[in-house]
Ligand binder design. Structure first.
Ligand code: MN
Length: 317
């Protein structure tokens, strides 16, 4: 039997520390390649963008979601993008809604080959949407991708929702891996019909492949729950403000111990013109550009005027 009480060997710690110092030396020299832009050059992910007819091979499109491999929205997205490029479906094996940018680090991941509803092959991962995208980019396939599409999510991802959304996080993970991406979500429908959202996704995918996105940028698309003929148009929007109506519900389990549900009615929002929420409630398809750089620009300026000095250590203890 292994001795679990054995102290960690000093040499393990020594090796970790040595590699940490070595990495720091490399980090100090590397600088910020993305910030360096020579005049007239395009940035990384824009380089390959061109009209669809002028791609030398069919664009490779990774399709994922957070509702799980069996979602009809996932299949609808795949089928909408099949005419545009070569599609590969890699998605969580169960519903991972609202897991955000969860990354599995403390257990191994299992991948299973699956047959999708249209008879094609896909792959399911027993992890998060981010895990699915990571697997695809870190070598599960022996090629990379030109675009990642995440969705079609069952339920809108508007305003503050994107901080919870596994759908949007999957697109963010693609962007971290240097690939342009978009997320597409369908507002709750009594009888979910993904036809309109699928058509919208094809327009978005074509636009990204033809125009490109800069590093750190992605698109978040939300489709209203109305029949196609009642949709007004696309609208390019900014993120809006959600109003959550969550409640803490306390119940008692069979052993008399209380447990809790966080739930309640679906979120509302502030219908401010120009926002994604306003567009969707007015029957328009909202296309919102978002970026991974969450730096607060105005606060950055204010913060510089604050006092940033370590207090003298007068500690007598
Ligand atoms: Mn979902």
């Amino acid at each position: 039997m292994t001795d679990r009480t054995r102290p960690r060997r000093a040499t393990d710690e020594g090796l970790r520390e040595a590699s940490r110092l070595e990495r720091r030396a490399v980090d100090q020299e590397r600088g910020e390649p993305l910030a360096v832009r020579e005049p007239g050059t395009v940035r990384a992910t824009r380089r390959r963008a061109r009209p669809l007819g002028r791609w030398r091979r069919r664009p490779r499109i990774l399709i994922t979601n957070d509702d799980g491999i069996e979602s009809r929205g996932l299949l609808a997205l795949k089928q909408a993008l099949d005419p545009i490029g070569e599609t590969f479906v890699v998605a969580p094996d169960t519903n991972q809604s609202a897991v955000g940018h969860t990354k599995t680090m403390m257990r191994p991941l299992r991948v299973r080959e699956r047959t999708l509803g249209d008879g094609s092959t896909g792959w399911s991962v027993d992890g998060s949407p981010t895990d699915a995208v990571s697997l695809a980019f870190l070598g599960y396939f022996d090629f990379s991708f030109d675009l990642v599409a995440s969705g079609i999510n069952y339920g809108a991802n508007l305003g503050d929702d994107i901080t919870y959304s596994g759908t949007v996080s999957a697109a963010m993970e693609a962007v971290i891996n240097g690939c342009p991406a978009f997320a597409v979500s369908q507002e709750y429908y009594q009888h979910p019909d993904f036809t309109l959202a699928a058509r919208a996704a094809a327009v978005v995918a074509t636009n990204i492949l033809e125009h490109g996105l800069a590093p750190g940028e992605l698109l978040n698309v939300n489709v209203p729950a109305v029949p196609a003929e009642e949709v007004e148009a696309f609208e390019v929007t900014r993120l809006g403000k959600r109003i959550y109506q969550d409640q803490l519900i306390e119940r008692v389990d069979p052993r008399g111990i209380p447990y809790y549900w966080i739930g309640g009615p679906p979120p509302s929002g502030l219908a401010v013109p120009g926002t994604d929420f306003h567009a969707v409630v007015n029957r328009r398809i909202a296309v919102t550009p978002i970026q991974l750089d969450l730096t607060a620009g105005r606060l950055l300026k204010r913060l510089r005027a604050w006092r940033w000095e370590l207090e003298d250590d007068a500690g007598g203890g």
